[in-house]
Design a binder for this molecule. Sequence first.
Ligand code: ACO
Length: 431
Amino acid sequence: MDNVAKLEIDGKSYSLPIAVGSEKERGIDISTLRQSTGCITLDESYGNTGSCRSNITFIDGEKGILRYRGIPIEVLAEQSSFVETAWLLIYGRLPNRKELKRFSDLLTQNEMLHEDLKFHFEGFPAHAHPMAILSAMINATSCFVPGVLDAYDPAKFELQAARLLSKVRTIAAFAFRKSRGLPIVYPKPAFKYTANFLHMMFSDPYEEYDLKPEVVRALDMIFLLHADHEQNCSTSTVRMIASSQANIFACAAGGVCALWGPLHGGANQAVIEMLEDIHRSGDDGSKFIVAAKDKKSGRKLMGFGHRVYKNYDPRAKIIKEQCDKMLRLLKIDDPLLDIAKKLEEAALHDSYFVERKLYPNVDFYSGIIMRAIGIPLEMFTVIFAIGRMPGWIANYKEVMDQVGGRISRPRQIYMGPTEQPYVQIDQRIKK
Ligand code: ACO
């Protein structure tokens, strides 16, 4: 196969090299295009643009494959833990016992927030969305982290990464307690990452939360399944901010904001809201499916469709199984699960969804598990953010470790007015 692309502009021919990835993906390297032709490429929403070369995560959207550092997501979901998978993503290989223990210890040592940060939580109104608090508090926490503004130093990176990954769950749990007017519960060093988060969320000063191993495992798996997903909107945002050499906390705070929207991480909340609406209206899903196909209705089947997956999202498959298991175990009969299954069944046999290759994505069933665990709706996207943190950290590291990396700065095709005079205020058209 010839790894050169030929391009003709105004009768002149140009050769462009084709970069080939380890999974044989091909990308036309246009890095010298503007210099040699005067043209740029235009790819609104980046559906055809590779923004970087990365070693972290591989997705084959047509086949429904997802691998972190080469290891299939199904294998990690069954055999690994969130913290081990975080290390894998960040450092590129599975840790040995000593490395994993060291990282776990670092997470434990950094689980507390500076006591003064408690006052910052006081400033938010009770109804504040926890994603706003999370993003603001990640940034605020950076003010209390020594050396965070120093130039990136690979030797100090592990500590900063552990601080961020550990403190994010403390911030998330404190934000939840604050929003409910509940007393803050401090982390307990004896607990591992996910158990500690559940403890901070649900224990009370007078009563410890009953940590059921199956619940801890289910939430740990949700974190793990969200841990990375190559160049999605929030990760691209993190890389974009990192390219300006901003610190790791600033990058993560930006990632949280990008994740918040309903077309990205906010979809897990939107799915439950949609299912609740359907349930309240007495529909079994069949009327909603009709509305979701009608562009004028303003409705979409939330939790369906994906920019990259044109097949069943492999994470959705795992979560669906886990969802059935959890509800059985906790003896919960959730009518929303029945509606979700009906919607899925109907969509998978409906030509609108089939032709557009719209399948359930990770958000379609994850909310039902989180509801069963007792996580409130407004915290769903926060859970996603905690889970995605290792991916953001790994991508941050990849950007910072790049020799000769440049700031990310896309171009545009300007469509506005050409040069025009400044009109004095009295001479402007009155409306
Ligand atoms: N319901 C109904 N129709 C849909 C849906 C949906 N969920 N998703 C896509 N379509 C339709 C579009 O209207 C479009 O139809 P058209 O060709 O007739 O114009 C076609 O399918 C292609 O969709 P695009 O909008 O081009 O897909 P895009 O790649 O831009 O968007 C996205 C992907 C944002 C995920 C979209 O499918 C969507 O909005 N889904 C619902 C929200 C959601 O679940 N988001 C979570 C994504 S996963 C994540 O971020 C973790």
